[in-house]
Ligand binder design. Structure first.
Ligand code: BES
Ligand code: ZN
Ligand code: ZN
Length: 495
């Protein structure tokens, strides 16, 4: 999708569709909307008076051959109540417009922002919304139609903002394309994305983005004594990999923090010997969503250049019930030396993360964020609305939640009280990999990871219920969402 600033006045700009938005109770139609209404002989006001045009959130009103405009169609998207409106809502507005118009033969769009939203943040939100909305999960369909939007021109922006505006558009593009990069990986079935294949995709990305990368193979993993990861991987004929990607700023400040991004990449989770039911098991190809999230964040950061070094550590494996698979009751020794009683082989994500967060600390990370499709319990708690955000110390988590807010991604703080620690004590080893007692599954999972993080400031994002959307949304295709990347990138840029 080509994106540029429109140089012509919006009314003269040739396009298949001009898109703008209407607020709920926007009956005065001021500014550009008033101009459009007058040019169309009061048609908007009359549609509003009959209740057809209300401005309710994401309502769509499509008008053909609008008078006074060079565009072939005019699409008005509802923006909801003006007092609730935030610039980040432009993402969904622009995304909804793209998804509506691309099925109607539209190739060129002019997006007109209204008087209140003409700064760089607005431009970035529109660009992100449109590129993310244009992604489809139809890679393996031989009959797929090319319905992509070819070009978008942004109108209404003050050309005087110059470089800031150009940078905002570029940043929006980088972040959205990185999000789509993750979504493409998450979509891949497990026969097209084994741990080794994920490692080569990461290598190709790193080469293109100018990032350093190292792939640890099974021998290196064994030398490092990553017993928790090996325990999971031994049930599969596919060998595990640990993918390490590094970003180093040009002039690193001495003593600056080093941010570690750790992502769970189980390329298929059968549950192992504690095997999952057949129903919906095909969805477990997306159990590498955390790893894809971190690779995508690195791809974006390579271009956005934060001032601190960032290291991604991605443990990649299958979780299979092969003849050599670990069994419930087995004890594994993690790289840190802690012993783990494996009560349930399906709680494998925390096992591979245990070694990955420990290794990230050995590589010099002084702060850690992990992302993982870790527990079904997070769906019970937060449905598919919020990412479950755990972390210690609390102030560190709060800072991260500010980034989530700025990025327009819903995340909810989850408790990290010591009572959860009690629930993962084992009778025969240091810890067990599932909670004893009832409930709190997402929190005991988080505590398990914390055992290997110790006092390092740390955020854990449980994206099990938000990484994949079973139903499409007006602004997003069904399937992988690419959640959390924007928040992580925002956070890294502010560190
Ligand atoms: N990959 C799953 C979690 C998951 C569930 C992701 C649903 C996406 C959708 C994870 O490895 C798992 O199986 N967790 C178990 C843990 C339990 C055995 C303590 C779970 O949540 O049931
Ligand atoms: Zn599992
Ligand atoms: Zn899993």
């Amino acid at each position: 999708m080509e994106i540029q600033l429109e140089s012509q006045p919006y009314s003269n700009a040739q396009s298949d569709a001009l898109v703008t938005y209407v607020f709920d109770k926007d009956d005065k139609f001021d500014g550009v909307l008033g101009e459009i209404d007058r040019a169309m002989g009061g048609r908007l006001a009359s549609l509003a008076s009959t209740g057809e045009l209300t401005g309710k959130s994401l309502e769509l009103t499509l008008l053909h051959f609008p008078e006074g405009l060079a565009a072939k169609k005019l699409l008005l998207v509802g923006a909801g109540k003006p007092e609730k409106f935030r610039v980040s809502d432009l993402r969904r507005i622009a995304g909804t417009a793209v998804r509506h118009l691309k099925t109607r033969g539209v190739k060129k769009i002019v997006f007109l922002t209204r008087e209140g939203e003409r700064g760089p943040a607005a431009a970035q939100a529109v660009v992100e919304g449109m590129i993310v909305a244009d992604f489809e999960s139809d890679k393996y369909r031989t009959d797929r139609k090319n319905r992509q939007i070819e070009s978008v021109a942004l109108s209404g922006f003050d050309g005087g903002l110059g470089a800031d505006l150009t940078a905002a558009i570029e940043n929006g593009r980088v972040i959205a394309e990185s999000q789509n990069f993750a979504r493409d990986l998450i979509n891949e079935p497990s026969n097209k994305l084994t741990p080794r294949m994920l490692a080569s995709r990461a290598e190709a990305m790193a080469k293109e983005a100018g990032l350093a990368i190292e792939i640890l193979d099974e021998r290196k993993i064994t030398d490092l004594k990553m017993g928790a990861l090996i325990g999971v991987a031994q049930g599969s004929v596919e060998p595990p990999r640990v993918i390490v990607v590094r970003y180093t700023p040009e002039n690193p400040k001495p003593g600056a923090p080093v941010l570690g991004l750790v992502g769970k990449a189980v390329t298929f989770d059968t549950g192992g010997i504690s095997i999952k039911p057949a129903n919906n098991m095909e969805k477990m190809k997306y159990d590498m969503g955390g790893g894809a999230t971190m690779l995508a964040a690195m791809r974006a950061l390579a271009k956005l250049k934060p001032s601190i070094p960032v290291i991604a550590v991605i443990p990649a494996t299958e979780n299979m019930p092969g003849g050599r698979a670990q069994k419930p009751g087995d004890v594994q020794v993690a790289m840190s030396g802690k012993t783990i009683e494996v009560i349930n082989t399906d709680a494998e994500g925390r096992l591979i993360l245990a070694d990955a967060v420990y290794y990230a600390r050995q590589l010099g990370c002084t702060e850690l964020i992990d992302a993982a499709t870790l527990t079904g319990a997070i769906e019970v708690a937060l449905a598919n609305v919020h990412v479950g955000a755990f972390g210690t110390p609390r102030e560190y988590l709060d800072r991260f939640l500010e980034s989530a807010k700025a990025a327009g991604e819903k995340m909810w703080p989850m408790p990290m009280d010591e009572e959860y620690e009690e629930m993962i004590k084992s009778n025969i080893a240091d810890i067990r990999n599932t909670g004893s007692g009832k409930g709190g599954g997402a929190s005991t999972g988080a505590w398990f990871i914390k055992e290997f993080v110790d006092d390092t400031p740390w955020i854990h994002l449980d994206i099990a219920s938000t990484c994949w959307a079973d139903d499409g949304r007006p602004w997003l295709a069904k399937g992988p969402t690419g959640i959390a990347i924007r928040s992580i990138v925002d956070f890294a840029l502010k560190e």
